[in-house]
Design a protein around this ligand. Structure first.
Ligand SMILES: Cc1cc2nc3c(=O)[nH]c(=O)nc-3n(C[C@H](O)[C@H](O)[C@H](O)COP(=O)(O)OP(=O)(O)OC[C@H]3O[C@@H](n4cnc5c(N)ncnc54)[C@H](O)[C@@H]3O)c2cc1C
Length: 460
């Protein structure tokens, strides 16, 4: 057993205070800051787990559920006070398509969560598979119930702050910041479901991040919308080039209103918006802070523009909520044993180790991007090796930080495939404990695929 002093010394990265040479880069500092030492600050160890999942977004939830169902003692650590990530705290208003145009392809836990979430939007047709609206309050309870029922524990308002390694390739514990100050948690295997790949990056894994990130959006809801006129009035979606939205933009009166507006009725009189583009880097807290303010100003401007262009629906509307998480599309992607590429996507590649399928189009929120779509019935495999970070023995990734190139990321970043990679990561974590002393690179992938199939997942 190492002493407390050694334990502190061995911390791989402690936000703002690490002495590792790579830390200043990994933590996103523009230049190396003055360094302080935490030597005199004791950090208690609060328990030891089989699997710790960090981040309670779509992929973190399915990871925690599947790890726990597979028999692992599982802890899910989440920075906010709710589960669902971008789909709830981020207020993304709709599920990307669950079907390839012919059949549902995101199955297993993904399909179960999707079906359960539909009860929160009873105005949506039961048989609808594509672009189903989300009631965020309802969805976050579904996630919570399913994680609890699976037997995983949830720790809210707790943010990963550092990673502790005794060997280069193994994470022994993580340090979390919450109302107890700093606390360490040990586990045999960790799943990084932070979206930004915080755990892996701070553990020294190689990551990819483009110079020009896709824009972010602060989603929001308007209430007291006239539902009848909303449903029967002009099509305001920005895909409709005749939308009066473009007149509002041309008027010059609403500088924060852009040609990006998706709007979904999530309940009587409540329309939720994924609208407006903001430049932000989610690994820089100052950038996110500024973006939140711009996002709230943007919501107000959209309201004013809508009152003008569609008064029958929006004259009496008001902003009832802006998201508590910035809608971050793009940040670190952690380099895994395989990097899934745009060419793989176009080739509709199949893999021996695939753990799910994906068919979402390449959807990149950057000016000038032309989306690429599949035809009906087309999809590609998602290899397990995209979830296993190079150089880290007992860590998996899930969700939007898995190993893809920039182009393929535009497709794999959305919620249905994130749910699928989460389920596979959680199950693989449990298998690694049983089979390989936590080495996620060496597990029996045939067995993993067999178990995923038994749980209803779809792949070739
Ligand atoms: C504006 C916008 C619109 C989108 N539209 C759609 C859409 O219409 N349909 C669709 O299906 N997808 C959409 N997406 C994509 C999708 O919502 C996300 O990519 C997806 O939610 C990613 O899932 P995830 O599990 O990787 O992580 P996230 O959803 O990003 O969740 C990460 C979770 O981890 C927590 N966390 C982060 N860091 C830490 C830390 N250090 N410690 C503890 N907890 C941490 C966060 O609080 C959060 O709860 C959209 C995304 C954005 C941003």
């Amino acid at each position: 057993m190492s002493s407390r002093r050694t334990f502190i010394k061995q911390m791989g990265a402690l936000a703002a205070l690490s002495s590792l040479p790579m830390a200043s880069h990994a933590l996103g500092w523009a230049k190396k800051p003055e360094q302080l030492s935490l030597k005199n600050l004791p950090i208690g160890v609060e328990g030891s787990w089989d699997v710790i999942v960090v981040g309670g977004g779509p992929s973190g939830c399915t990871a925690a559920i599947s790890a726990a169902r597979e028999g692992a003692r599982t802890l899910l650590i989440e920075a906010t006070g709710q589960l669902g990530g971008m789909g709830t705290a981020g207020m993304v208003p709709a599920w990307c398509p669950f079907s390839d145009g012919e059949k549902i392809i995101y199955r297993g836990l993904a399909e179960k969560i999707f079906n359960a979430s539909k009860h929160g939007v009873p105005h949506e047709p039961k048989e609808k598979l594509d672009w189903v609206n989300i009631n965020p309050e309802y969805l976050m309870r579904i996630y919570e119930q399913m994680v609890n029922q699976a037997g995983a524990e949830i720790l809210y308002f707790s943010r990963l702050a550092a990673v502790i390694k005794n060997a280069d390739d193994r994470v022994d514990a993580i340090v979390v910041a919450n109302k107890r100050g700093l606390t360490a948690f040990k586990a045999k295997v960790f799943v990084d479901a932070t979206g930004d790949g915080d755990l892996c990056a701070w553990a020294g894994a190689e990551s990819m991040k483009t110079d020009v990130l896709q824009d972010s959006t602060l989603c929001f809801s308007l209430a007291n919308v006239d539902t009848y006129h909303f449903l029967h009035g002009p099509n305001l979606h920005s895909d409709n080039k005749q939308s009066p939205l473009y007149q509002a933009i041309a008027s010059g009166k609403f500088p924060l209103v852009t040609g990006h507006m998706c709007l979904n009725l999530v309940g009587p009189g409540v329309v939720q918006f994924n609208a407006g583009h903001i430049h932000a880097d989610s690994t820089d807290p100052w950038s996110v802070s500024r973006a939140m303010t711009v996002g709230r100003d943007t919501a107000e401007e959209y309201l004013l523009a809508l009152k003008e262009i569609a008064p029958a629906a929006f004259a009496n509307a008001f902003v009832v909520k802006t998201a508590s998480l910035l809608g971050v599309r793009d940040s670190r992607r952690i380099v895994g044993d395989y990097i899934f590429t745009g060419d793989d996507w176009r080739a509709r590649r199949q893999f021996e180790d695939e753990i799910g399928r994906n068919c979402y189009f390449i959807d990149v929120h950057k000016p000038g991007h032309v989306p690429t779509h599949y035809g009906k019935g087309d999809s590609h495999g998602i290899p397990y090796r995209c979830l296993t970070p190079k150089g880290l023995r007992n860590v998996l990734t899930s969700g939007r930080c898995i190993s893809t190139d920039e182009e393929a990321f535009g497709s794999l970043r959305v919620m249905p495939p994130c749910l699928v990679t989460g389920e596979a990561a959680g199950m693989a974590a449990a298998h690694a404990i049983r089979q390989t002393q936590g080495d996620v690179h060496q597990i029996d992938v045939k067995r993993l695929r067999q178990r995923l199939k038994e749980e209803g997942q779809y792949f070739l």
